[in-house]
Design a protein around this ligand. Sequence first.
Ligand SMILES: Nc1ncnc2c1ncn2[C@@H]1O[C@H](COP(=O)(O)OP(=O)(O)OP(=O)(O)O)[C@@H](O)[C@H]1O
Length: 975
Amino acid sequence: MEEKEEPRGLGPDVIRALRGEQSRAAFARLLGVTPLTVYRWELPDEAPQARRPRGRVAQALRNLLEGGVTPAPHAAPSQRQELRPEESARLMPCLAHLKRAEWRAAEEELLALLASGILRTPGARALMAVGLAYLQRWGRGDARSAFATLLPHLDEASSGLLPESVELQVHALAAHLYASPDGKLFDVARVDTHVARAEALLATRDDPEIRCHLRIAELATAFYLGEAERVARCTGRLAPLLPSVTDPVLRLIVEDALAHEATIRGESAQATRRFREVAEGAARMGYTYLEARNLAFLAQRRLEEACEPAEALQLVRRAREAAYGGRMVRGFSFIFAARAEAEALLRLTRFAEAEAVLDEADAVVVELSWTPLHLAVPRVLVGVVTGRYAELRRYAARLAAYDGPIQRKLTGAYALFAEGMADLAEGQPLRAAERLAETSARVAELGGWPFLRRECLVYETAARAFAGQLAEGRVLLRRARVFLERMPSAGHSAILNRFEGMLLALEGRPREAREQMEASLGTFRLAGDVSMALFTRHLLALVAKLEGDPAAEEMLSASEAELRRAGMAIPQDFTRAVTRPLHAATAPAPPGPLRLGAEALVVPFERLSVRGMGTSLLQRELLGVVEGLFPGCSPRLEELDSQGQATLLAGSASVPVTDEVEFGDGCGRRLRLGVVGPLPSDGRALLTSLSRLSGFALEVAALRGFAEVEPPASNVGDVESERDAELPGFIAASPAMKRLRAELARLSSSRATVIVTGESGSGKELVARAIHTLSTRSQRPYVAFNCAAVPRELFEGQLFGYRRGAYTGATTDHPGVIRAAHGGTLFLDEIGELPLEVQPKLLRFLENGEVFPLGEMRPVEVDVRVVTATHRDLGQLVREGRFREDLYYRLQVVPIRVPPLRERREDVVALAKHFVRMLTPEGQEPPQLGPDALAALVAHPWPGNVRELRNVIERSMAYGPLPAVLGAEQMRIAG
Ligand SMILES: Nc1ncnc2c1ncn2[C@@H]1O[C@H](COP(=O)(O)OP(=O)(O)OP(=O)(O)O)[C@@H](O)[C@H]1O
């Protein structure tokens, strides 16, 4: 870090002068060095232990020197001009908005203050600028505007004329801005300088929040330098400050920084949880910048946990909506959202779209003079998967040419990785292995950037296998597995299973090879990763060929055709590297119960023990495994409550089971795995083993926090009654409905498209209306349109409107329901019935906010928030080709599921009482519900949901004069 040479004005006297009255320890802390280092700087040249500062520290010292900053306050207190009382009185309330993420209010009030001419002292003006710049940086992610706002005050801060408290704020913000994700601003030496100046002032006053800002700036610097160890050091200094921070915005900013650090440390599960918590916390506060950022990071994390691509796309969509709503500039989180989106599209084999997304993000990268490394992995994968190797090489060259200040060395390592991947794809496995090994070594030198290290370990395993270096391949495989134990990722584990399959095949163990690859294929299929599943199937066909399977050629040509159809490259034939002859083909395993022995459990057990899977993925995996083991049987998984009541989690509940086993998930949940259909003799024993293993896997998933994206838990206690008043007639007694109602309230200021799903009669229309009532559009129209009720041929006109004479029978102009809802909310019920030919038009409207009425030449702009509902499985309609996939994703921005009434029995009595009250004629006393009636109501399964309940109550009150008590007899609930 420091050497004897290069004194350049930083000799012992200068250091001692700069240190002034401070202790060596305090001065060392300022500069991030040890007190011993400071002591050595102060030794005369001839002392053997003497050292001179160099590099970053020398630069920081020089900046201190040039800025005239001495550790003691540089202006006498008398020179500093304090704020006038009226200035403070006007400024403080504006600045308080910033702590609550009330950016618009803060902006308006600060600008009004500026225009009023009240602020006359330099301190007041500087503080106003700090406020504005803060909201630009932390409210909108716009570091450049923030910098322009703050710049005129930086010199004033150095001159020592501003009040100390204001000067501190200027330095803290300046440190942040120089630590911005923007290559034009990023400047480590300046960050250090401003941190040092602020620290000098903090020597005589305590301000935990400023201290916290300084630590965040340092952490960001470490991150953008790409130095993992420095990140860890800075986090160690930031985390202890969190308890003393009361400012809610700052708390979230710290949490966001800590979540990042958790990912870098490889604590991926913790990071997932943190990103989700920050996104939820930000959403609750209306802090869209952090909400958008964390949703984008969450999408990335969930992809690593092998979530379905649809889930990641939906998170990205939500991130974009939040960013749009918060008027954020495109920056770092835009790039991350794009990366997650591209990876999800890649898994769906939508390569052209993935590339378009990456191109757009790349444009932002260029605009920000930012490192392209964050887009490198999806870029490389697109190149490899689609076989466009020349482009891949050009991309590698672009990475290598990057010479900006941000993560420069790391970007160089990524360039090498890209070259290695191109070698691998082009059939030069030896060179690939060497390059990937060299990348690993460089990464280690840089402090071990874990993401790149993981890619290197996984793909070098493949390269060694392709090169026929089986022993080296095994070593790599072991190292990669150890790494994944620490930094779990279901996607990487599945890829590694595939590569292990290759190694096994080459080692002459084809059956085990097949099992590994089938396990890998199972994970990819389940996770909806179509492109990796296609690749894996091809490799399985190659293994079959190696085994001499007569059907292998047919399998190979089928998989090649599929790969071509998807626009993918045909993977290299790794079996060419076979070093010794294989035994004759193993006879195909006999079908039926005989196969069910220990051997048959290898693949299922592999599939259930993939590291990093989330709860619902595991549940589905369990059912997939059971289906595979017992052909012709259909499995189901249920959750049992303390009364033994079952709720279906997956599978079908219609028929009684043939056999079932119960098991726990180690975290308080009881589950039941049942099978319908003929079981082999040892079927029950197998079900028991599978369920036990799943129990452990679910426990790990729960403990590690691989949770799905669930609606935030409600914590709404005292605001409940307020909500009741806001939504009269909306009954929510169960925790599920309370949570749902709280979620609706959070959507109030958003324009995001909402899709409400749930069984018929569960209350979807009521939810749609509630979204409107709670929204800022409640004074504008609410228009409901039932897509199932309009004849096909009139559909388009009804929806988009028409001009008189546009078609026969159009005798007058018709605005269409979309325009009728202008400024308000349009509810499209039964959206699954939307005719296919109208779907592209609706999509265009959702994307652009424009409609083309029939017979109109120009589009009409409309501002409408769309809420849709369906009781059908739209995903299934997409698979059947009856619903467009793009529209499907566009509608899934905010999905809301209304649970069926049988899942929220706490609502039954509350709803029944509500309907009794509602249906009692005015002026009469509503009847009571007798105990037998209540028992009957609670016991009924309510297949027709709330509508059925309402009908039952209505019927019971329809005959004759109202009794004082309604009994079970009057209810006549259908059995
Ligand atoms: N939480 C609730 N509080 C009060 N009334 C409710 C609630 N949920 C549903 N209802 C009532 O139940 C009936 C059915 O609800 P709604 O029409 O919203 O169901 P839906 O899910 O849209 O049905 P469909 O799929 O058949 O269109 C309505 O009369 C509605 O007012």
